[in-house]
Design a protein around this ligand. Sequence first.
Ligand code: T3D
Length: 261
Amino acid sequence: MTEQSVVLAETRAGVCTLTLNRPDKLNAANNELILGLTEQLRQAGADDSVRVVVLTAAGRAFCAGQDLSEVGSGNMTEHLQQTYNPLIQTIRSLGKPVITAVNGIAAGAGASLALSGDIRLWAASASLVEIFSNIALVPDSGSSWFLPRLVGYHRAFELMALAEKVTAPEAERLGLCEHVYPDETFQADVQAYAERLAARPAHALKLTKEVLNAAATASLAEALEHEAQLQQVAGGHWEHREGVNAFREKRAADFLNKPQD
Ligand code: T3D
């Protein structure tokens, strides 16, 4: 682990945990953090020993959004195009599951980041605020895409217009997270969940992510065709043979070790 970095990286049992590390600033995202996180995600994506990526943060917050001490007279379009947009695209296109492990408040672009994971796990004390309107900005970093798809246009608009804080029980009810764990055991619960995911067939999950991402903006006809194409790819992979053999032999499938041919 690199101790001085604003993004810590540690890999254990196939799980690469990336930790935002500006706890005194509630992990507010400056350029160093956004670009560093994007680079760490790309490295994890290219590392065959990594099967699952966990994105979490140090201290009492997940991410308080854009570091407001760095907001100046610059061009916000260019800033978003060069920083947050590639970050969110990297998460969505990474060929392995990304878990956002939301340990505390997620505000502004931090809320978008929290929503961007394939799996969203929350600590009981975590919360989410679409806080942009408090400083008279519009939702960015994907919030305008993620949130209405989860809660519908009207609830999304209300949460954005009033910048209401969503607590963990409410987030679970609204479908903003898959599971809520006690604060005291959160890290261990996240690691256990991630290891369970890491034991699943990595190639099939990569294709599953691809087909789901594409289906989000596809017609039914396009989705059916894409499924048919990717099923042929999945069916030709050793993981499929292993899954079928394990079923026939009445044993658990081993997707971690490719059988010798
Ligand atoms: O150009 C572009 O790309 C624009 C992009 C914009 C994307 C966005 O994310 S816009 C939204 C930006 N974020 C915010 O507006 C949130 C600002 N923070 C807050 O409203 C509050 O801090 C929280 C509601 C998140 C938490 O409140 P609380 O009371 O628990 O903590 P606090 O006391 O306000 O904050 C603790 C420290 O963190 C404090 O520093 P200090 O005084 O102890 O030295 C505070 O200034 C710092 N901090 C919190 N958020 C930010 C921040 N510092 C810089 N930027 C922040 N976003």
